[in-house]
Design a protein. Structure first.
Length: 688
């Protein structure tokens, strides 16, 4: 950067060696304004000032000139920055069109002037106001358009690749001595050798025409017959960039400046090259995410790495020659001009001799118009790939990806409708599963049937079973049933059940927990919140301390609650031989809940020590399926429901089903006796 000619000319040289000169003496503002703008401009052009490329300084230059023209048209134009008022700035703001172009001018001029300390505070406050504008509608390509663009780019690049590949093989054969000297093929090989070493075929210096000796061998003097035999043209390189963007979703600038990809060791010999792409997004200078690397694998014709393999092959000769001209150049995309420095120009292209580096929007537009497109497809192509195909950020943050690219994309919005609907339905369903649906009541009503966890007021009308068949659901679903009634008598067992589920959670796999127990746990947690923590703790205190050891609880998921109180002792697991219950005087029936097998073991409190559960009057009640199992016992997971024996309804009943064997009948009879109130009329009976 340098200031010249009375500090009115700014020269900007960026990191790539490109140079631009800006003469502020041509800006239509008073002399103090010209000098102030030049000083501000020069500060931004210095290394670290904010403009690392000539594209940034050039874009601001073309935005500052309209602002200067606006000031010069005012009746009372300010003489310098310190004379600028909020009224001047608001008038400039209102003169801009409400579109992206107007917003860019507003932001660029405000960002430049705010670096001048003489700018007044009212003007700074006016600059801080948001510029209202309507965003341009840039949409992703449709699948048909996306395919058509890739096919056109493939057709352009494929023809160039085959041309270069054929001439490369001819050159290799000539250098290996496989072609007889003197013939046309030998002359072609010699011309290709000169082209590879110098960048051009043998030509006359003044008129730049192919030497007469090689005209017949080359077949013509135009680009495809001369330098095009080993090098890509600008449009062909743009087609290559379209293919890379269509595959990887890269920005045009990072792709243009991308160094030659590194090949991971050993991958070429294995037949599946893995390339490491080094990307830099200069707009994120000073922020996290400026540098990025990606690995792409060439595992076949339809893989993302195949286009990188072909790009390396197509640009091999150009990159080898550039190493001789400038060893510091490391670029993947290299192309050759038709006429070196002919002035027709590609002002934004980096050139070394007759070679250009990278691809910009102008090159993309030139190729697009050659295949019938209205302009460059690079930007829309990148949006299509990142939003609809990769569906992840490409060199930007997740917030930017969602807010700028996905939120305004109509096809993404349409695709999101069923996803959002499914999510809402799942949320509603999850809420229903997690909400305690049973009714809280002060006491059980006449006709209610007792289950392991609640009282049932509508066993025949279960929402979990077909109509008229009775309820066959697990007792854990009672808390999700509107027919269930929970009274204070049920609080202790529900509180202890929640405690048992909490213990079980730490010893089972998370997947199993979520599938089998999470919903029941959530409903009981909801019930605890409704009853309140003090009442819940009182309910827990009403539960006797189980004697089962911790290992039995964790391994079998078995726990015990008593009505109203019972103490047991012994090392064995509950509901199994070898345990020695020690009941409290006046205690009622005891119920063991096996969470793993979802069954209830019911028995009287006044059982004798060291007796088999059947001898002690214990009955195992499955919780779900009432049909007999293959081994003659009741299947697991059968809800305790309705049934009768000897014409008397039971408090804990089983649904009727197929023919029962004698053991099933004995279990029903014992269950009825245990559920009946203790006393002279209903003595506790043993196993039948």
């Amino acid at each position: 950067m340098a200031l010249e000619y009375d500090a009115l000319v700014v020269t900007h040289q960026d990191q790539q060696g490109r140079v631009r000169r800006y003469d502020f003496g041509t800006v239509l503002v008073p002399r103090p304004w010209q000098r102030s703008l030049a000083v501000l401009f020069a500060a931004k052009c210095t290394p670290g000032g904010g403009w690392d490329s000539v594209e940034s300084s050039e874009a601001t230059w073309y935005m500052v000139r309209p602002f200067a023209a606006f000031l010069s048209g005012l009746e009372q134009a300010p003489e310098d920055v310190d004379r600028l008022t909020a009224g001047h700035w608001n008038a400039w703001r209102l003169s801009l069109p409400p579109n992206p172009n107007g917003c860019s001018k507003y932001s660029a001029v405000a960002g430049l002037l705010q670096h001048d300390r003489r700018l007044s505070r009212p003007v700074r406050e006016a600059m801080a106001q948001r510029f209202g504008w309507t965003a341009g509608r840039v949409e992703a390509y449709t699948p048909q358009e996306f395919t058509a663009i890739r096919v056109a780019a493939r057709r352009t690049f494929r023809a160039a690749l085959l041309r270069i590949r054929t001439n490369t093989q001819h050159l290799a054969a000539w250098r290996a001595g496989g072609i007889e000297p003197g013939g046309t093929e030998w002359l072609l090989g010699e011309a290709l050798d000169v082209l590879a070493r110098t960048g051009d075929v043998p030509v006359y210096e003044k008129r730049r025409t192919v030497r007469k000796r090689y005209r017949v061998a080359l077949g013509g003097g135009s680009a495809p017959y001369t330098w095009g035999r080993l090098y890509l043209s600008r449009k062909e390189t743009a087609a290559l960039a379209v293919l890379i963007v269509g595959e990887l979703g890269l920005n045009a600038t990072p792709l243009s400046e991308m160094p030659v990809p590194e090949t991971q060791p050993g991958t070429v010999a294995a037949g599946t090259p893995v390339y490491r792409l080094r990307l830099e997004k200069r707009r994120r200078a000073g922020h996290r995410g400026r540098f990025e690397s990606r690995n792409v694998t060439d595992s076949g014709a339809d893989s993302g790495g195949r286009i990188i393999t072909e790009a390396l092959e197509a640009t091999a000769h150009a990159r080898a020659l550039l190493k001789q001209l400038d060893a510091g150049v490391d670029r993947l995309l290299v192309w050759r001009q038709t006429t070196p420095h002919d002035g027709q120009g590609y002002p934004n292209a980096v050139r070394i001799g007759s070679f250009g580096l990278g691809v910009d929007e102008l090159a993309g537009a030139a190729w697009g118009r050659s295949v019938g497109l209205p302009g460059s497809p690079l930007r829309r192509l990148r949006r299509t790939v990142n939003v609809l195909h990769r569906r992840e950020p490409g060199q930007n943050t997740q917030d930017t990806h969602d807010r700028v690219y996905v939120a305004g994309e109509p096809r993404a919005q349409q695709a999101a409708v069923p996803v959002i609907a499914d999510g809402a339905l799942e949320a509603v369903d999850a809420a229903h599963r997690a909400v305690f649906t049973a009714r809280l009541a002060a006491s059980a009503e006449a006709g209610d049937r007792q289950t392991a966890t609640a009282a049932c007021a509508g066993w025949e009308d279960s929402p979990f079973s077909p109509a008229g068949q009775g309820c066959t659901a697990s007792f854990l679903l009672c808390t999700a049933c509107p027919n269930a009634r929970v009274t204070p008598a049920h609080h202790p067992r529900l509180a202890h059940l929640l405690h048992a589920l909490d213990q079980l959670r730490s010893v089972v796999e998370p997947v199993i927990w979520e599938a089998d127990w999470a919903d029941a746990y959530a409903r009981l947690t909801d019930l605890r919140g409704r009853l309140g923590e003090p009442l819940w703790q009182l309910s827990l205190k009403a539960v006797t301390t189980p004697t089962v050891c911790s290992s039995a609880i964790f391994c079998k998921g078995t726990s015990t609650y008593d009505r109203p109180a019972c103490r047991t002792s012994g090392p064995a697991r509950l509901g199994h031989p070898g345990r020695r219950p020690v009941p409290d005087p006046g205690s009622g029936p005891r119920t063991d809940v096996d969470l793993h097998r979802r069954r209830v073991v019911v028995g009287p409190a006044r059982c004798q020590p060291q007796r088999h559960p059947a001898q002690a009057g214990l009955v195992t009640v499955p919780i779900r399926d009432a049909s007999p199992s293959a081994d003659g016992g009741l299947d697991d997971d059968q809800h305790t429901a309705a049934g009768e024996r000897a014409g008397r309804p039971s408090d804990l009943a089983l649904p009727t089903g197929p023919a029962w064997d004698p053991r099933h009948r004995a279990a029903l009879a014992a269950l009825h006796d245990l559920a009946a109130p203790a006393g002279p009329e209903h003595p506790a009976r043993g196993h039948r």
